[in-house]
Design a protein around this ligand. Structure first.
Ligand code: SF4
Ligand code: SF4
Ligand code: SF4
Ligand code: FES
Length: 1002
């Protein structure tokens, strides 16, 4: 049967406001103003009228499966979620017809769900079924509950599905198909007993499910639940299955006599009692730079669940790490006492002894060898406030600019490219702007695995809104498979094809002349620099056909807005800065800046890699990117800090390692960084650590790097402290403390302050908010940032003016140069430094894996992630595997010019020819034993991606390094969404209230 909607609302996403005019709409007799085009359900919710709506979720749009939102409009019964406002509407949510339809619809829902709220872990005040039963004053079911002929599916380590409790609302399907766009879920509407299916009928464990948790988050009842909730949330839910079933029987037994209301009253008392012991604390994800935020539900130190809902970057979205990757916080291996080296081992020490030792040795080394013999490396896992204090310790207390953070390993070239051309080193817009682009170009980024939630927005825009996608990468990763056009250039040649396309656009009248005239300097000189970049040269150098390159050029020229996203595949090359510059040049030539749906988006890797740089943890810049050699800037900081500051740029991470080898740097204080594994040419780095006179490592676990330390100080993870992180969108967000620090550990900002004060700094920060206020007072970029403006889910995207206004879109009125114009910055081509030859004949690429973060120090401690992805591997193309006689599981020795690792092969067509790929998640076989010390000359970022290896086949053959339960073996079932039309076609389906309407019409 067809749905009798008046005007059907847009199927997915936000409903555009079609007219700025407001219209009057009567709801239950009261007139309210609304926008034409707004959904009726949204208006009803906005004005606070209570209406049942089981399947509707504002971030999913109307799904239309439940029919509980039936209202009467101008005499006609319609679904409020699927109807848009128009002038003169009169809506009744309470007319007899509407009420009867709502109750009829909900009765059908209840036939799919057994109400046992008091002993249900979802009885937390927010259960849609419970609340709707109460709202509609349902006392008895007309259609009895019927079990479905399926078992509970427990095969995913993080969540379970109970078909018997499933309402068939389809929210999970919509979220998986059209928000996460993993396309695993569907409902078999044509089956006599519909249920949610994974990959069309697999177990969850063996399906393509990536455990992002979207489905669990949006499920309105207990059908999909986090396993960490089960048996833990309620007072009576931890009892044995047998006792639980008896209790359920008792509840069902009394229902016919008492009705639901008395049962609900009991469960509400139980639910209210839970309030006293379940805490919900807002925090920000500690893994990648997307900046997802969510509430963490905890009971004592047990994490019940992660609940995303209102995060400005992510809404209901998370990936496996943010949703389920928190076991490490309570891991028994956490460091709980300072350690001091004794011979070849360590002994436990008190905090006072350890801190006294650190301060004394810093002072001695400074006196003996000068301030520049000390160096400091801060952490992009730590907060802005902690980074600020670390650089202040280096500069104001020790008097050296030898301070850096790990953005050196990844982001510095992108920042340089943007500083050269547009003036700020940050993303030029928000994730929302990327969604709004008509064309997205992704270069050297495995976005779906490295920035999963951001990738979902691109996948959704492409699937639902016609966005075009071009991907350039060595691997056919997920985004490449989805792309409208996939380019596979030769390694390290992106600069060439980007420049050739730019030249082609300029020469063929496809550049944005008006934009160039009004907003851009340096065109003529830039054109000259483009001379070598003909299409033919690019084709030959990059191995891409001229026609393909021309196609890319025309797609860019024809697009109304282009966003370019790039990551380590670009920046970790010996020409990373120049390639980043070429990207920005291309955007300028085509006028793709200064409006939504355009711009440059270097995707920041760590949760706070943007913030570490913003906070001044860099050798050349004080907080807010103010140069250390600018006397005016220094004078301001000197007045604020009441010290004399060093004026020459310090050493960056890479130079520090060399300076240690040369005997110039004697002491290193390293905070939250597994540098012995994540820096390139790790054998060389480890050898440097062995030469240090004094090495302090601050971490939450005894990392590989700790082995080289003289003092190890136990810091705390993000859940145990207050502070702020700044995401890839330049978005500053607060994290609120979830747990007390475990006994023996201390928040990193407190440790740094203790060390500074032992060196007579006299710092008195009682709370991170005071640190942020000081930073804001000294850095114009952050002038208006304070904790009140960041309370809860509020966020600010820098630059933030003193009055608190921020800039989601970075360039609207000008670029960040004195004359307000951008600059085309000429670049030339020199090619990769490290090349393959007959001995090292294979190119080795590397990067992240969805499930693990970097070397896996945190994620290997998550049992479910271990189960899904237990080890690293090297990807080998089927053709190379055949040529060398390798199969998945064959042990190999990869040997580069710098080191060797033993690793198992994974044969896959994600890579081709003689190109290998190795994820970086291993402490035993870290890929960086193979990478070199070659760097981008501008930023000294290692060319991690320029590595050649020789492959030796070892005699052992093991299991495939990826188990069968890894989602990469699944078979997704893409479809439009929940496909409710198939439900409506069922012979047993009838629109609620339609029988009533027919009787009345007769
Ligand atoms: S991928 Fe898995 S966890 Fe994510 S929404 Fe789909 S079924 Fe749920
Ligand atoms: S499992 Fe899916 S279809 Fe079933 S109730 Fe939950 S969200 Fe709705
Ligand atoms: S790892 Fe990144 S994408 Fe995943 S939840 Fe955390 S911030 Fe979001
Ligand atoms: S809320 Fe409208 S049909 Fe479900």
């Amino acid at each position: 049967m067809q749905t009798p909607t008046i005007v059907n609302a847009k199927r997915n996403g936000t409903v555009p406001v079609e007219s700025p005019q407001e219209v009057g709409v009567a709801i239950n007799g009261s007139t309210h103003t609304a926008h034409p085009g707004e959904r009726v359900v949204d208006l009803i919710n906005r004005v606070g009228v209570k209406l049942a709506q089981v399947c509707y979720h504002p971030q999913l749009g109307p799904i239309q499966t439940c029919d509980t939102c039936m209202v009467e409009i101008n005499g006609q019964l319609v679904r409020a979620c699927a109807t848009t406002i128009s002038e003169g509407m009169s809506v009744s949510t309470v007319s007899p017809k509407a009420r009867a339809a709502q109750q009829e619809a909900f009765d059908r829902i209840l036939s799919n769900h057994m109400l046992y709220c008091t002993v249900c872990d979802n009885n937390n005040g927010n259960c849609t079924v419970h609340n709707t039963t109460k709202l509609l004053a349902i006392e008895h079911q007309q259609i009895p509950f019927q079990t479905k002929p399926y078992e509970v599916d427990n095969t995913n380590p993080f969540y379970r599905y109970d078909p018997d409790q499933c309402l068939l609302c389809g929210r999970c399907v919509e979220a998986c198909q059209n928000v996460e766009v993993n396309e695993t879920l569907s409902i078999n509407w044509d089956d006599p007993h519909p249920r949610v299916l994974w990959d069309g009928g697999s177990t969850i464990g063996e399906s393509s499910c990536v455990s992002c948790g979207h489905c669990v988050t949006v499920c309105p009842c207990n059908a999909l639940m986090e396993k960490s909730m089960l048996g833990h949330a309620g007072f009576l839910t931890g009892i044995s299955k047998k006792a639980l079933n008896s209790m359920i029987d008792v509840v069902k037994g009394v229902e016919p006599e008492t009705g639901f209301s008395s049962i609900l009253r009991v469960s509400e008392i139980e639910s209210a009692m839970r309030e006293s012991r379940i805490r919900r604390t807002k925090t920000v994800c500690t893994y990648c730079g997307v900046g997802c935020s969510f509430n963490i539900w905890t009971k004592d130190r047990h994490i019940l669940k992660v609940e995303p809902s209102d995060g400005p970057a992510n809404g209901i979205s998370t990936c496996i790490k943010g949703k389920f990757g928190w076991d490490y916080v309570n891991d028994p291996d956490r460091l709980t006492t300072p350690l001091i080296r004794e011979g070849n081992g360590f002994r436990e020490a008190s905090w006072d002894e350890a801190l006294d030792l650190v301060a004394r040795r810093f002072a001695e080394i400074k006196t003996q060898h000068g301030p520049d013999s000390l160096a400091f490396i801060s952490s992009s896992k730590c907060t802005n406030e902690e980074n600020y204090l670390m650089q202040k310790l280096a500069r104001a207390v020790i008097a050296t600019n030898n301070i850096d953070n790990c953005s050196r390993y990844c982001q510095a070239p992108a920042t340089t490219g943007l500083f050269r051309t547009v003036g700020h080193g940050g993303d030029s817009g928000s994730i929302r702007d990327i969604e709004n682009a008509s064309l997205v170009l992704i270069i050297g980024s495995n976005t779906a695995e490295s920035h999963p939630v951001l990738a979902t927005r691109v996948k959704r825009a492409q699937k639902l809104h016609g966005q075009k996608l071009i991907v350039s990468d060595l691997r056919e990763n997920e985004m490449a498979r989805r792309a409208d056009l996939f380019l596979h250039p030769k390694p390290g040649t992106d600069l060439v094809w980007l420049s050739a396309i730019t030249r082609y656009l300029l020469e063929n009248g496809l550049a944005h002349e008006d934009f160039l005239r009004q907003w851009v300097n340096g065109l003529e000189e830039y054109k000259k620099a483009l001379a070598p970049f003909t299409m033919e040269f690019a084709s030959q150098t990059c191995g891409l056909p001229v026609q393909t390159l021309e196609k890319v050029a025309h797609m860019i020229a024809e697009a109304s807005g282009v966003c370019i996203l790039w990551a380590m595949g670009v920046t970790q090359q010996s020409q990373g800065s120049d390639t980043s510059t070429a990207i920005s040049n291309l955007l300028l030539v085509t006028g793709n800046y200064m409006r939504t749906g355009t711009g440059a988006y270097p995707l920041r890797g760590h949760n706070n890699v943007q913030g570490a740089g913003d906070s001044g943890a860099a050798p050349g810049t004080l907080p807010g990117y103010q140069s250390v050699d600018d006397p005016e800037v220094r004078a301001r900081f000197e007045a604020g800090w009441k010290v004399k500051l060093p004026s020459t740029k310090g050493l960056d991470n890479h130079q520090m390692v060399d300076a240690i080898h040369q005997g110039k740097v004697k002491s290193l204080y390293l905070e939250g960084e597994e540098m012995a594994i994540v820096d390139s040419n790790s054998n060389h780095v480890a050898a440097a650590f062995s030469k240090l006179d004094f090495f302090v490592v601050q971490d939450i676990f005894f990392s590989t790097t700790c082995r080289f330390a003289d003092v190890v100080l136990p810091g705390t993870p993000s859940l145990e402290k207050e502070g702020t992180f700044t995401s890839t969108e330049r978005r500053i967000q607060r994290l609120h403390q979830v747990f007390e620090p475990i006994p023996g550990s201390r928040p990193d900002w407190k440790i740094t302050q203790e060390i500074a004060n032992r060196l007579n700094a006299n710092w008195n920060y009682a709370h991170p908010s005071e640190i942020m206020s000081e930073m804001a007072s000294l850095a114009p970029l952050l002038a208006g940032v304070n904790y009140e403006r960041l309370e809860g889910y509020k966020s600010l995207q820098w630059p933030v003016a003193a009055d608190g206004s921020d800039q989601p879109l970075l360039y609207t009125k000008k670029f960040n140069f004195p004359d307000g114009k951008a600059r085309l910055f000429p670049v030339s081509w020199s090619g990769p430094v490290e090349k393959s030859n007959t001995e090292f004949d294979l190119h080795l690429n590397n990067g992240r894996l969805l499930e693990h973060f970097h070397e896996g120090n945190l994620t290997y401690r998550v049992k479910g992630i271990q189960e899904k992805t237990p080890d690293t591997f090297v990807e080998i193309s089927p053709e190379l595997a055949k040529e060398r006689g390798v199969q998945s599981g064959t042990w190999l020795l990869l040997i580069s010019r710098y080191g060797q690792v033993r690793v198992r092969a994974l044969v896959t067509d994600r890579v081709s020819g003689r190109e290998l790929y190795m994820p970086m998640n291993s402490t035993e076989s870290p890929v960086n034993r193979l990478t070199s010390s070659i760097t981008d000359p501008v930023t000294h970022t290692p060319a991690f991606k320029e590595t050649s290896v020789h492959m030796q086949i070892l005699p052992e053959i093991g299991e495939s390094p990826l188990p069968r339960v890894n989602p990469r073996f699944g078979h997704p079932t893409p479809q439009e969404g929940v496909e409710v039309e198939r439900k409506w076609k069922r012979p047993d389906y009838r629109l609620p209230g339609s029988q009533l309407v027919q009787i009345q019409q007769k």
